[in-house]
Design a protein around this ligand. Sequence first.
Ligand SMILES: Nc1ncnc2c1ncn2[C@@H]1O[C@H](COP(=O)(O)OP(=O)(O)OP(=O)(O)O)[C@@H](O)[C@H]1O
Ligand SMILES: [Mg+2]
Length: 277
Amino acid sequence: MAKLRRLRASIARVNTTSDQPAVRMSGLRLERGGRVVLRDIELAVPRGSVTAVLGPSGSGKSTLLAALTGELVPAAGQVEVFGEQVPRAQKPLLAMRKRVGVLLQGNGLLTDLTAAENVALPLRTHTDLPDAVIRRLVDMKLHAVGLRAAADLFPRELSGGMARRVALARALALDPPLMIYDEPLTGLDPIASGVVMSLVRRLNETLGLTSIVVTHHVHETMPVADHAIVIANGRIVFSGTPAELDATRDPLVRQFLEGQPDGPIPFDTTARAPEAA
Ligand SMILES: Nc1ncnc2c1ncn2[C@@H]1O[C@H](COP(=O)(O)OP(=O)(O)OP(=O)(O)O)[C@@H](O)[C@H]1O
Ligand SMILES: [Mg+2]
């Protein structure tokens, strides 16, 4: 009986932790070069979801991700990843980063390494696994992005879409439970964009990940997203499902969605800076 109670208690504990969002930001204010880029940020990213972070160029999307990876220390407020505050000290920060796969703006592939060697890099840097195991893991990651046959090609021999998928395989190398993508569609045609976005969704399902996709490619991203937030004028101006985003009448959000140059989002964001700071 006591055993059963203990079992129930431990199941309850597991459930509470898994109910916890993958990422939580509260009262967050982020500054760059003494200027407030984002303020009053409240965000909870549910585990297992694909969340799109949308907003015009320069609105602070990459800045938000920088706070998540601990590259930028918040001016105020909190950022938690899997229930733990993003550490500031180097050692725990590096440990946390291993649990966050990042596909940065641009692929960042090393040009003098093959696709397979690029994917192997995080494994060689962060683990002391034997070579044969690393080769096997690399093979699995390339397989996950449909590029096993491209293992021995150099980045210059890959198309833009293929290179993006190799970078994705590399970001997955250490099996991170959280993936963040910064503009994964830049420079890709509609077909390659569709391939990359459906891959993002599929990997999220099959590997049980949580994904955050930063992009201004609304139409390509919405079909695979569970949740969308829009940032503009230094704050979150929308948070909801893709259907709610589609239906919103908010002029700020509509201006962004419809790509109109005139409206509540100023063209020259720096003009607003002194008042914002
Ligand atoms: N390292 C930095 N130092 C100073 N200012 C910065 C730095 N990085 C970004 N900024 C400023 O912060 C603001 C937000 O930039 P950020 O790169 O987050 O925008 P973004 O939404 O990612 O834009 P894009 O869609 O063009 O990538 C901009 O005004 C930018 O000039
Ligand atoms: Mg950016």
